[in-house]
Write a protein that binds this ligand. Structure first.
Ligand code: COA
Length: 261
């Protein structure tokens, strides 16, 4: 993988570790960082050695404290729409990636940072993580899919409260609301938990994992019939070698060896 200015990349045991690396700016997402994320996720699908992705932020203070306010301070109506659509497109790429993507969030996970975490398939937080959509304090609203994904994850009432007040919530409350999957005391432990979950997922049939991602996502696309997507995906699964391997292994009382074919 190429070197990037704002994101550190490291592939370990098939897992691409992405670290948003603007620590002095609380890892705020500037345009350049977003473009780098786009470039990376364009490659993830086609790169065989990469089987999963973990996204985290540099340092102990923040995962990502939002879009870079110095850049959004001078938007006009035309480029503001483009700004939102571009961010939405990049975060949808993450959400629709067929390889599992987990956010490990430490410290401030605000605005575009919360939206980035919500675009990932799961979130694991450290005990010091703080989540919020404080855009209303700037006279704007979330623009990278936050109004939609937060509502889907925690429900309308709580989503309204968080976005309208701009309040931050702690990791335990975020877990109780369904915003995060697990809370661990430290970043090291949170990363270890993400790696443990990924190792388990990677022992399963890769094509089925990609289809689970499609089907779950399709539950939230109003024009799509998720049940139809599920039935079609189920039918596609049985054409795979992994289906034959999984069912044979069960009947032969042995562990399956999936090839993603
Ligand atoms: N965009 C650009 N810069 C940001 C930023 C953001 N979203 N969040 C933090 N920074 C910068 C600060 O400007 C500061 O830079 P400086 O040292 O050059 O002045 C640096 O990161 C440290 O932030 P600071 O505010 O001094 O730290 P703090 O511990 O007092 O407060 C936060 C931390 C996260 C509570 C506070 O920075 C904040 O409210 N950030 C904005 C969050 C937000 O509104 N996000 C949504 C944006 S749409």
């Amino acid at each position: 993988m190429a070197d990037f200015k704002n994101i550190l990349t490291d592939v370990k045991n098939g897992v691409l570790h992405l670290t948003i690396n603007r620590e002095d700016k609380m890892n705020a997402l500037n345009f350049e960082t977003l473009e780098e994320l786009k470039e990376i996720f364009e490659d993830v699908s086609d790169t065989k050695e990469i089987k999963a992705v973990i996204i985290t932020g540099s340092g102990e203070k923040a995962f990502v404290a939002g879009a870079d306010i110095s850049e959004i301070a001078s938007l006009n109506e035309v480029n503001a729409r483009k700004f939102a659509e571009n961010g939405q497109e990049i975060f949808s790429m993450i959400e629709n990636c067929h390889k599992p993507v987990i956010a490990v969030t430490n410290g401030y996970t605000l605005g575009g940072g919360c939206e980035l975490a919500m675009a990932c398939h799961m979130r694991i937080a450290t005990a010091n993580a703080k989540f919020g959509q404080p855009e209303v304090n700037l006279g704007i609203i979330p623009g990278y899919g936050g109004t939609q994904r937060l509502t889907i994850l925690i429900g309308r009432g709580k989503a309204n409260e968080l976005m309208m007040t701009g309040d931050m919530i702690g990791a335990e409350e975020a877990k109780n609301l369904g915003l995060v999957n697990h809370v661990l005391p430290t970043k090291e432990e949170a990363l270890a938990k993400a790696e443990e979950i990924i190792a388990k997922i990677l022992s399963k049939a890769p094509l089925a994992i990609g289809m689970i991602i499609d089907c779950v996502n399709s539950a939230f696309v109003p024009d799509e019939n998720g049940f139809q997507t599920e039935a079609n995906s189920f039918a596609r699964c049985v054409k795979s070698g992994d289906y034959k391997e999984g069912t044979s292994a069960f009947l032969e009382k042995r562990q399956p060896h999936f090839k993603g074919e």
